[in-house]
Design a binder for this molecule. Sequence first.
Ligand code: PHE
Length: 470
Amino acid sequence: TGDFTLRGKGTAKVVILGAGVAGLTAAYELGKAGYDCTLLEARQKAGGRNLTLRGGDRLTELNGPAQDVRFGEGVYFNAGPGRIAPWMVTLDYCRELGVPIETFINTNAAAYVHVNDRTVRARTARADMYGYVAELLAKATNVGALDKTLTKDDRERLLEFLRRFGDLGPKHAYEGSDRRGFTKYPAIDIGTPLDAPASLHRVLAAGTGRAITNDFGYEQATPMFQPVGGMDVIVAKLTEAVGKERIRTGVKVTKITNLADGVEITWDGGALKADYCIAALPPHILAKIPHNLGAEVTAALTTPTPIAAGKIGLEYGRRWWELEDRIYGGVTETDLDITHIWYPSHGYHSERGLLVGYYATEGDAELYGALTPQDRRHRALTQGKKIHGEKYRQNLLSSASIAWERQEHIQGGWVRWPAFDSSFTFLQRPAGRVYFAGDWLTHLIAWQAGAMESARGVVTRLHQRVLQSP
Ligand code: PHE
């Protein structure tokens, strides 16, 4: 992470299969070092899963109808990646390429948690859970249950923290807290707090645990970021830097041949020779292309399993979530098949806005993916209505949905390795003159940063080889 430059010039010819984020990053870095790169992309457009849909776009799907996207001016839907953590290399590329970024609100106390048919604000769920956990730990401390573990000083310090953590009363009991929120917030008057919290038993039974710990992990912690205007601004800038003329779209590779002194890539109606190849396709797609790289390569490529993932963008003519729910960005977590609802982190108070009405993976994603676009939308609205009520169906202007497992030449949201075993390490090395790249070859699967880090690794090794070869 940070700035990256290959040292010294290389003059080799490199063919890159796939103009997704890994392929584009590889071409960009090799280009800076003087290499002559050609990218072959099977789809009609570069970017791969970094896909932003706007009005006028047409989205086709395997075994399903095409969708004409009808969003209004300025409305966009990040159908693939949507959020970037600050430690990720993706932000270095945004800086280097001049992609403006803004905050992506990943955690919002005003968003909802909907579990077991009950909807509460995230702040309420959190206050209750933290409150009771603090009370229990204080109780255990006070009855001496932790005396073997804690010194007297430890006990006092712990209790002092627990009072803050849970907003406990003088006797270390959780009696509710204004952290839970209000039905009417304070003004000249003191406001109207919510009703008292449910019992410990009920709060535990509510099962909000997953929802309120989502942002605890290093990947999802606040703040996160997004490019201004859509995630594909990254693709546009990479394409511009690489040179549009180097990317050949609609080229479906039919054969990869490793030669003694180079590689030959064949497709319907053409072939190309180069000194090296970087195969930056999803492993399950790559595995289906005939090659002479050996059976061990095919076996390794078929080891990771593709995982389904899907999203729907719901465009509204009124930003009711801001006007009525006071939700400005963030995510509602649910135990419904929609899993999450994302509220937009930009364009506040403008006329239109787009919600992500589901972002599902695995079984839930397959369920939505198998439906027609109309039925996906119908189902998403039925589910969202459980949280937001009738207004969820009103002022809806248009929608578009993606099922990544049904996207041609991609066929999955991402992959899972049964284990990061010898197949994983085997493919870190080239097979002859063919190198492999993609998020699937990193521990950052399902992140653009994975694709970028993998590309950096591959071009570094390729460049070393070129500099050392006579
Ligand atoms: N990067 C994706 C996301 O943020 C998928 C993912 C989720 C990956 C959580 C790791 C952890 O939604």
